[in-house]
Design a protein around this ligand. Structure first.
Ligand code: SF4
Length: 247
């Protein structure tokens, strides 16, 4: 992040897409939200051996670097700046948005300089530690650590320092993509038990990229949530819009 001569934050973010919708997953599901999807990810879910694939891969691989002023101008033109002022939350997603956390902190400071302090949610794969400077602007972390069923190796998907920091942070909830009991046992053994994540902070979400796949596994995952006493998350955007993105 840079600072202009009048002390304002300036800089750029690599942006894949921006749109206004409803939060589709996790504990804020159904809430009006402006989505800011950033480019790039440090994982690649769906490699050999995976039981599901990243459903935004083709989106976060596209995009461009935009100045903070250009992002705000686009938001104003699309109307979502006024939604943020009216208390829609700002969901920063990806890809992996913490790859750009220094610039992201600059952008949130830029919004604050203009009198905009939205409720900010960060969607992260929990492999990076948020800095205190960014954390000061964040209301909620929607962490989605990846299991063996993602196809990423243990070394790629598992960062103990990041997990410990996020578990210590009361703003973080943990959402896991699963379909079967074996997958629940795997994420329980890798994450939930060793890091002492309370069941009230855990969501299980069916692995599904289409409405048909969601319908095929939702009863099973719902029953697993009942059995293990975890929260259930659907995928509202798939339930309602199937494979369309940016809605
Ligand atoms: S961590 Fe998230 S954005 Fe990155 S490849 Fe996996 S599902 Fe896609």
């Amino acid at each position: 992040m840079d600072t202009s001569s009048d002390g304002r934050a300036t800089g750029k973010l690599r942006v894949a897409e921006m749109f206004y919708s409803l939060q589709g997953e996790g504990r804020s599901s159904g809430r009006p939200a402006v989505f800011l999807r950033l480019q790039h990810c440090n994982l690649l879910c769906g490699r050999d051996g995976a039981s599901w694939q990243c459903d935004t891969l083709e989106v976060w691989r596209q995009g461009q670097a935009l100045t903070f002023a250009e992002i705000v101008a686009r938001g104003r033109a699309a109307g979502w700046l006024s939604y943020l002022a009216a208390e829609a939350c700002l969901v920063v997603t990806g890809g992996e948005p913490l790859l750009q956390q220094q610039a992201l902190r600059g952008f949130l400071r830029y919004l604050a300089d203009q009198g905009l302090r939205p409720v900010v949610e960060i969607e992260t794969n929990a492999t990076l530690v948020p800095t205190p400077e960014l954390d000061a602007y964040v209301a909620q972390y929607n962490c989605s650590p990846k299991g063996a069923n993602s196809g990423n190796s243990y070394r790629q998907r598992h960062n103990a320092a990041a997990l410990q920091a996020l578990v210590r942070n009361s703003k973080a909830g943990f959402k896991f993509v699963v379909s079967t009991r074996a997958e629940v046992e795997q994420i329980k053994a890798e994450y939930i038990d060793p890091y002492g994540i309370a069941s009230s902070r855990v969501w299980l979400m069916p692995a599904a990229a289409t409405r048909a796949a969601l319908q095929a596994s939702e009863q099973q995952v719902f029953a697993l949530c009942q059995e293990y006493r975890y929260n259930y998350s659907t995928r509202l955007q798939i339930q309602v819009w199937d494979q369309a993105t940016g809605i």
